[in-house]
Design a protein around this ligand. Sequence first.
Ligand SMILES: Cc1cc2nc3c(=O)[nH]c(=O)nc-3n(C[C@H](O)[C@H](O)[C@H](O)COP(=O)(O)OP(=O)(O)OC[C@H]3O[C@@H](n4cnc5c(N)ncnc54)[C@H](O)[C@@H]3O)c2cc1C
Length: 306
Amino acid sequence: MLTRSALIYLSRQEGLKNFATRFSPFKKLTTRFIAGETTAEAVAAIRDINARGCSASFDHLNESVSNVAATEDEVREYLHLLDLIDQTGINSNVSIKLTQFGLEIDPELAYRNARQIVEESKRRNNFVRVDMEGSNVTQVTIDIFKRLRSEFELNDVGIVLQSYLYRTEQDARDLLKIPARIRLCKGAYDEPAEVAYPDKKDVDANYVRVMQLLLSSGTYHGIATHDPKMIDATVDFVQREGIPKSAFEFQMLYGIRRDLQEQLARDGWGMRVYVPYGKHWYPYFMRRLAERPANIWFVMKNFLKG
Ligand SMILES: Cc1cc2nc3c(=O)[nH]c(=O)nc-3n(C[C@H](O)[C@H](O)[C@H](O)COP(=O)(O)OP(=O)(O)OC[C@H]3O[C@@H](n4cnc5c(N)ncnc54)[C@H](O)[C@@H]3O)c2cc1C
């Protein structure tokens, strides 16, 4: 059986990526987790999500972009998305990755590219979430976010923290002082024990600790998880503390626990669905398989069915 680490390793293999993204039968299997390859498909998915009482966050899939011109294409795509959100009236903000904007070429380039998106988003009264990637870029991502946050306001730009990292509780305390809007997730990359809790029970315990810290702060945060235990711990905590439902939102990924998304929205909780789309779906798709290797059987079954 393929392990989580092996799947994450495969997610970084260029040869497999090139094969998988060109092999059309394989592409069809991604539809459970990816809203499509085009913006039109992603908009249609968001309309459906909005109709189910949830808001959305667009993610144009791409990461580790290694040439400057391609980072500029990413900026154009996001400027177009922000325009499209206004034109169509869908309820969505945008999520970006700094390696998509050139972080691995030059952090200054990633900052300048991200700044263009935040500026345009602010002009349109929208919001930009800076996703968090592998631990090799955690510090530089936080540094760029802080720089953006010093130029823009609380409701213009936010960041993500991952409960599997030892450093996260301290990062949360520091960022809350600014203050900053934080999305809390468990973390999707393969991290060594030097930087991240190897045991799920510790990742979960840290998730609950940081969730309580965030939701006690009075700032609007995103609690991103499909884990019913984390959701129950959040609901118990806010009810005990008298924190209103409107003070934060739950967030989940497109195609995962749709039943729970709808249930929480019906019960009056804020629910935002992260909607990835685009041609560069391979690493994102492989991380979703890694989170739940049972998904491989789901994918294989559909492949064999044709
Ligand atoms: C809105 C959102 C944004 C995110 N942004 C980031 C980010 O910026 N950086 C980052 O590192 N990670 C990000 N993640 C991913 C996150 O870190 C986890 O890898 C992912 O959410 C799985 O963790 P979990 O909290 O759902 O709990 P888990 O303990 O992994 O899973 C709990 C339960 O959820 C269900 N489940 C979880 N994953 C899957 C799946 N792939 N397929 C089917 N069922 C599943 C299963 O029922 C499972 O038992 C994001 C997640 C969400 C929801």
